[in-house]
Design a protein around this ligand. Structure first.
Ligand code: PAF
Length: 274
């Protein structure tokens, strides 16, 4: 496995590579990321992973400074999972000057995560487009844990005619159901015990929906109330149409239940397709 830190060397390394599967990450790798690498490996013989904590997708009040930076350990894991190249650029490589050209995502990016993290999807879409332009992959793999991100990046690829297949990989969970996330390491031991409740709550709503309850707004309120009662600070519990991301209506064939809430200072997100 090669570790490459500059755009120029990456481009020359990949020039002769006919088929690349790409896994963009911000590092702090866990089994969820490694599942993305495995999915990429099944698609093509050559896997590139990137590690870059993208300042552009953090609000000034968020955890950019303390976001886990574990490059050595990340590279060890990637090597064990047979990634071919790790692209780990510095900030000056990707943002040598103020990034004034930005990808402006559609209004679906203003709801849910976008409402609570304004500018987040602009930052994500911009860095992902830049990375796509640098790596030139045929396939890119993203996790379903960041469900809205996946949806928006799929739309970006479609609407900007990028010749890239987006592959979605299932969320990887701890045995108690907690979705793996780089931010789980912020949780204090008592918060870690409480953390699976987010997924449990989404599952309860999922059960109700499966058994025919279509009072989606009421279900959202109930889910929020359960988490509130257990000391969470809820940003949203929402039932959305899987394809359009619009608030679910009776008659929608496939919905997704999404939640974002804080335990102490740690913000967790999760979702469940129903
Ligand atoms: O999902 C992430 O880790 C990030 O949002 C991504 C896609 C690597 C862009 O920085």
């Amino acid at each position: 496995m090669e570790i490459i830190t500059t755009i120029g060397s990456l481009r020359s390394r990949l020039r002769q590579q006919p088929s690349i599967a790409f896994v963009p990450t911000m590092g702090g790798l866990h089994d969820g990321h490694l599942a993305l690498i495995r999915a990429a490996r099944q698609k093509t013989g050559f896997v590139v992973a990137s590690i870059f904590v993208n300042r552009l997708q953090f609000l000034p009040t968020e955890d950019f400074d303390r976001y886990p930076r574990t490059l050595e350990e990340d590279c060890r894991l990637l090597q064990n999972h047979h990634a071919d190249v790790v692209f780990a650029p510095g900030e000056k490589d990707l943002y040598p000057a103020l990034q004034e050209f930005l990808v402006d995502p559609p209004s679906m990016a203003d709801t849910l995560e976008g409402e609570f993290r304004p500018g987040f999807f602009r930052g994500v879409s911009t860095i992902v487009l830049k990375l796509f332009n640098i790596v030139g992959p045929q396939v890119a793999v993203f996790g379903k844990k960041d469900y809205q991100q996946l949806h928006i990046l799929r739309e970006m690829v479609k609407q900007l005619n990028l010749p890239i297949e987006i592959l979605a990989a299932d969320t990887v969970r701890a045995p108690d159901g907690l979705a793996l996330s780089s931010r789980n390491r912020y949780l204090a031991p008592e918060e870690r015990c409480q953390a699976p409740r987010l997924y449990q709550t989404l599952r309860q709503l999922g059960q109700e929906i499966k058994s025919g309850n279509t009072s989606f707004r009421e279900l959202e309120e109930n889910g929020t109330a359960v988490l509130d009662r257990h000391g969470w600070k809820v940003d949203y519990v929402a039932v959305r149409d899987q394809n359009t991301f619009a608030p679910a209506q009776a008659g929608n064939e496939r919905v997704v239940v999404l939640g974002a809430a804080r335990l102490g200072k740690t913000r967790l997100i999760d979702n469940l397709e129903v």
